[in-house]
Design a protein around this ligand. Structure first.
Ligand code: SF4
Length: 371
């Protein structure tokens, strides 16, 4: 897709995992055909920025050689699967993700809308509940379950039939989601839509490292790939498989108390024609004002690409920055047209006020019970 700094090319690694060779290859391609910059998306994908149109074919060929492009573009679009990064050897997660990808590439796969997605989240505790997905394969105390995200339906499953059940539910949705649900599904309460936001550090399967705004220099990615295979996450972090300590590389956030973990921002005027003002420099400058368990979203416009959940939000406008006390970028602002140089004082006051009243906005929890 076109963007303010050239084309963005998005990559969907299989099962949310990059081998060392694939990660190093992507780094090389980003340097040869883009701005040398790789981004981690909130749907656990990768994207290369600043690709010139005349480089697109060569980039695609390079990605194909790395096994990162499906033979069939429609099948690749259906393969919208987010996978928990915390699986351990012997768990069914990678096999389920591979089988689901295969089923979605098959001739009998239903036509699905672009945003229709799957989550394979079979660890002891679901960690992807806050990540958009239409159908989820999870695990509870009795075993695997397949559930819909927005319809109160659930089926018990085994590692052998979980994908078939997920596909049956996908067919049901593709048919309009009316009438009797597929065999095996019964009414059940919807799952909660929140999950703790993990922090950099040791995690099941390896070590989590974060990036400011999901951006990673290609050189850092290449050096990270020397340390292990990489798993993508929807939290703009990478899990380095098998790592026992934090990789000391430039541009990585490895301190769980780093204030930059408390801000999210889209590319703003630096990379988007629709932006009404800069975002990331402002977010960097304001990160120190955000309290330990807070989250600030700075958006270049009301679309709010960088963060979909309600939180404290600043939205650039032609007249200044709108302030949403607790909401999304498109929510009605509580204050309008604030000057950039007044934002730190305003936010500090707003956070102080919310912590001394009963209606403080709920922030995403940042302490993770994942280990
Ligand atoms: S939120 Fe608006 S300015 Fe930011 S990337 Fe999306 S469209 Fe562009």
């Amino acid at each position: 897709m076109a963007s303010g700094d050239g084309w963005i090319v998005r990559v969907r690694p299989h099962a949310g995992r990059l081998t060392r060779a694939q990660a190093a290859g992507i780094a090389r391609l980003a340097q040869a055909h883009g701005r040398g910059l790789v981004e981690l998306t909130r749907r656990a994908k990768l994207q290369l920025r600043g690709v010139a149109p005349e480089h697109h074919a060569a980039l695609l060929a390079g990605l194909q050689a790395l096994g990162l492009v499906d033979a069939d573009a429609a099948a690749e679009q259906r393969r919208n699967i987010v996978v928990t990064p915390f699986w351990r050897l012997g768990e069914p997660t990678p096999d389920l993700a591979a089988a689901l990808a295969q089923a979605l590439a098959g001739p009998l796969a239903p036509a699905l809308p672009a945003k229709f997605g799957f989550a394979v989240d079979c660890g002891p505790v679901p960690v992807l509940r806050a990540t958009p997905a239409t159908i989820r394969i999870e695990r509870d105390a009795q075993g695997l379950v397949v559930r819909a995200d927005t319809v109160p339906l659930l089926a018990r499953a085994t590692p052998h039939d979980a994908v078939a059940r997920a596909m049956a539910l996908a067919h049901w949705f593709a048919g309009g989601g009316q009438g009797a649900p597929p065999p095996g599904f019964h009414p059940a309460p919807l799952g909660c839509r929140t999950a703790p936001r993990p922090l950099p550090g040791p995690a099941p399967g390896g070590w989590l490292v974060a990036t400011a705004f999901g951006q990673l220099q290609a050189d850092t990615l290449a050096r990270l790939a020397e340390q292990g295979d990489l798993r993508l996450t929807p939290w703009r972090m990478l899990l380095v498989e098998g790592a026992r300590s934090a990789p000391a590389l430039p541009g990585l956030l490895t301190d769980p108390a780093d204030p930059l973990l408390r801000v999210v921002a889209c590319s703003g005027t630096e990379g988007c024609h629709q932006a009404a003002g800069p975002t990331r420099p402002l977010a960097r400058a304001l990160a120190g004002v955000v309290p330990a368990h807070g989250l600030l979203h700075v958006s270049g416009c009301r679309k709010g690409c960088a963060h979909a959940e309600p939180t404290v939000t600043l939205v650039a406008t032609r007249a200044g920055y709108d302030f949403v006390r607790h909401g999304k970028a498109g929510s009605a602002p509580d204050r309008q047209a604030l000057r950039a140089d007044a934002l730190a004082t305003h936010l500090a006051g707003a956070w102080h006020a919310t912590t001394t009243t009963q209606d403080a906005p709920p922030h995403e929890a940042t302490d993770s019970p994942l280990l």
